[in-house]
Write a protein that binds this ligand. Structure first.
Ligand SMILES: NC(=O)c1ccc[n+]([C@@H]2O[C@H](COP(=O)([O-])OP(=O)(O)OC[C@H]3O[C@@H](n4cnc5c(N)ncnc54)[C@H](OP(=O)(O)O)[C@@H]3O)[C@@H](O)[C@H]2O)c1
Length: 296
């Protein structure tokens, strides 16, 4: 059995959709069955199942809310990965853990690689960084995939928000001075499902920290324009995108101005390169419009 946490989230659902790539069945307990905020709940669940691997896609992802909910964000993002990693270490099984670009400050002028110093600006970023560190310190066979700007037809994400706003407004003001690397939850799921069999079968498989995003980089405003173009081409609504500065869109948590991730190490060690982010956007927009019955 493989344990997948966060099975109801964007990445988790995408993993479940493609789990036929695995030779082993996948257990995806709800947050009530396995509460990552509760150490006892985690250990009870782990002790009552015979696991061959864990994929930890569960997290406290409400970036702004986390600023005022430090204890819970810390339990889910820092303590839970530590508990899962400890179990993996003791039971000699591999762990795939998902982390975030928000571990960086954004001060670098080029893309970040795995050796760059971390300096999170938010509670979310700090708690996710502590989770990574706990996984690495445990000494278990782990692969951490740091990803960014995740989108899918499920749950809450920027692309879905833009599609919805385009139906309500003629003009949308979007931050144009934050740079990042959009990532399809499906693309990330495929990476996890490609890597896991190798971790299971080959003890010499590469481990450690890897950046994993779609190829290319953009700003939120440019991403919004790509969403509008994709929507219009499919017969959906479209709105004008107006550039604004981060300062014009105050949020509770600070975000890095630059969180572009270099995925060279993933290509070098695993031969994996994700498709351009623009292709992912077209696919997600098409799926969102299709679900809403908006396509031609
Ligand atoms: N979304 C992004 O833009 C982004 C960017 C960079 C990195 N990441 C990372 O990618 C991973 C997946 O993110 P996502 O976008 O798929 O997140 P998501 O859609 O917000 O889903 C989060 C998942 O975590 C689960 N979860 C939350 N609290 C839990 C708890 N106490 N016990 C058990 N499960 C709990 C949720 O279950 P419930 O539905 O039951 O609450 C849900 O399945 C996370 O590690 C995240 O930090 C995401």
């Amino acid at each position: 059995m493989i344990l997948l946490t966060g099975g109801s989230g964007q990445v988790g659902r995408s993993i479940l959709d493609h789990q036929s790539a695995l030779s082993l069945p996948c257990l995806a307990p709800s947050s009530r069955e396995l509460d990552l905020a509760d150490r006892q709940s985690i250990t009870d669940y782990l002790e009552s199942h015979k696991l061959r691997a864990i994929i930890n896609a569960g997290a406290y992802t409400a970036v702004d809310q986390a600023e005022n909910d430090i204890e819970r964000a810390s339990a889910i993002n820092s303590d839970a990965p530590a508990t899962l990693a400890q179990y993996c270490k003791v039971n000699l099984i591999p762990l795939i853990h998902i982390s975030t670009d928000y571990v960086f400050s954004g001060d670098k002028s080029t893309s970040y690689d795995e050796h760059d110093a971390t300096h999170p600006l938010s509670v979310y970023g700090r708690t996710k960084l502590a989770g990574e560190q706990a996984v690495l310190a445990s000494g278990c066979r782990a692969l951490i995939l740091r990803t960014a700007w995740v989108a899918s037809p499920f749950g809450k994400n920027f692309i879905k928000t833009m599609v919805r706003l385009a139906q309500e407004r003629g003009e949308i003001r979007v931050v144009a001075d934050q740079y990042g690397s959009p990532t399809g939850a499906k693309d990330l799921a495929e990476v996890a499902l490609t890597i896991l069999p190798q971790l299971l079968n080959n003890h010499a498989a590469p481990q450690g920290l890897y950046h994993c995003t779609n190829t290319g980089e953009t700003t939120w405003a440019q991403l919004a324009r790509a969403v509008m173009a994709a929507s219009a081409s499919l017969g959906g609504s479209s709105a004008s995108i107006v550039d604004i500065a981060t300062a014009d869109y105050p949020t509770t948590a600070k975000r890095p101005h630059n969180s572009r991730l270099s995925c060279v190490k993933l290509q070098r060690d695993w031969g994996i390169t994700l498709r351009p982010w623009q292709d992912m956007v077209k696919e997600v927009v098409a799926a969102v419009l299709h679900e809403e019955g908006q396509t031609l």
